[in-house]
Design a protein around this ligand. Structure first.
Ligand code: MN
Ligand code: MN
Length: 300
């Protein structure tokens, strides 16, 4: 791979990670609201203004970005994929008293903390989007390795969520990130969603019903609907977060995929300016470090 090509992939990877944080910061304002409530209060929510039920500062992020950063830090400091290190970083994060933490995530981290459990047993109630929101760093560190992506995805997901729909959704996001980072277009991404729908028809989104809950099926249908009916990063993210529901997480997942697809030039300047400085610096430092560990760049 020549250096121009390397630069392009690095840039799209950075856009994916920054996109995740932007979607989280934007969507936290409308999390748990209905689309109608959002319309009455904001007409259209399209600026990073903080607030929401968590009362965050403009540009502050929540568990979606924080857990992704914890996972990224774990892998980078370990120097390779290391599930125990990831679990340890999740424990440290939970102990830092985060402003929000999902019930399934808390249960999984506690099972590791108290019993050393690295894989939760299958559970029909674990089909939330909490494992999917952490997929960006997983895709980065496995870039160039399809089988690695699969292994890392399932391992990190099962720390907290063990459910076939979560697994399938996580893997689809990871594959979409790989394809978009390699320069794939929206048609290539659509093909991956088609394969997901073929395996799990629940994910069909051409009859999108507006449900944007934390259930992985609702979450991904929302993300896919807006990804494929809009023309740029900003329009996609605004569509997603104005749907309400689990808006910070639908925003985070749409942000990582649309970020990789449209690249850094597609990230709205006025949003980036608002994003918490430390978060932005962390992401910009961790992205090349994660990619350096990926099979595409780590050939010895
Ligand atoms: Mn959150
Ligand atoms: Mn959320």
């Amino acid at each position: 791979m020549n250096s121009a090509e390397h630069e392009k992939i690095l840039s799209r990877a950075r856009a994916a990670f920054l996109g995740l944080a932007l979607g989280d910061a934007l969507g936290a304002t409308t999390e748990f609201m209905t689309a109608t409530e959002i319309r009455h209060q904001y007409r259209l929510h399209k600026n990073i203004i903080g607030g929401g039920w968590l009362g965050i500062k403009p540009g502050q992020v929540t568990d979606d970005t924080e857990m992704s950063l914890a996972l990224a830090h774990a892998v980078v400091t370990a120097g390779s994929w290391n599930l125990v290190r990831i679990a340890d970083h999740f424990v440290a994060w939970m102990r830092s008293k985060p402003i929000d933490i999902g019930a399934t995530v808390r249960k999984g981290i506690r099972a590791y903390l108290h019993k050393g459990v690295l894989e939760m047993p299958p559970n029909e109630w674990d089909a939330g989007n909490g494992a999917a929101m952490r997929m960006c760093p997983v895709a980065l560190v496995s870039y160039g390795g399809r089988e690695l992506l699969k292994r890392y995805t399932i391992e990190q997901a099962h720390l907290t969520h063990h459910h076939p729909l979560s697994d399938a959704g996580c893997l689809c996001i990871g594959n979409m990130l790989h394809v978009a980072m390699a320069g794939g277009d929206r048609f290539a991404l659509h093909e991956l969603t088609r394969q997901l729908v073929e395996q799990h028809p629940n994910f069909r989104f051409n009859n999108y019903n507006g449900q944007a809950s934390g259930y992985i099926v609702d979450t991904l249908r929302t993300v896919f609907h807006f990804l494929f009916t809009t023309a740029d990063f900003e329009e996609c993210l605004v569509g997603v977060v104005n749907q309400g529901g689990d808006a910070d997480t639908t925003g985070a997942i749409a942000g990582m995929i649309a970020g990789a697809l449209y690249g850094e030039e597609g990230l709205p300047r006025h949003w980036l300016k608002k994003l918490n400085r430390t978060v932005r610096t962390d992401i910009e430092q961790l992205t090349p470090q994660l990619l350096a560990l990926a099979p595409a760049f780590n050939q010895t």
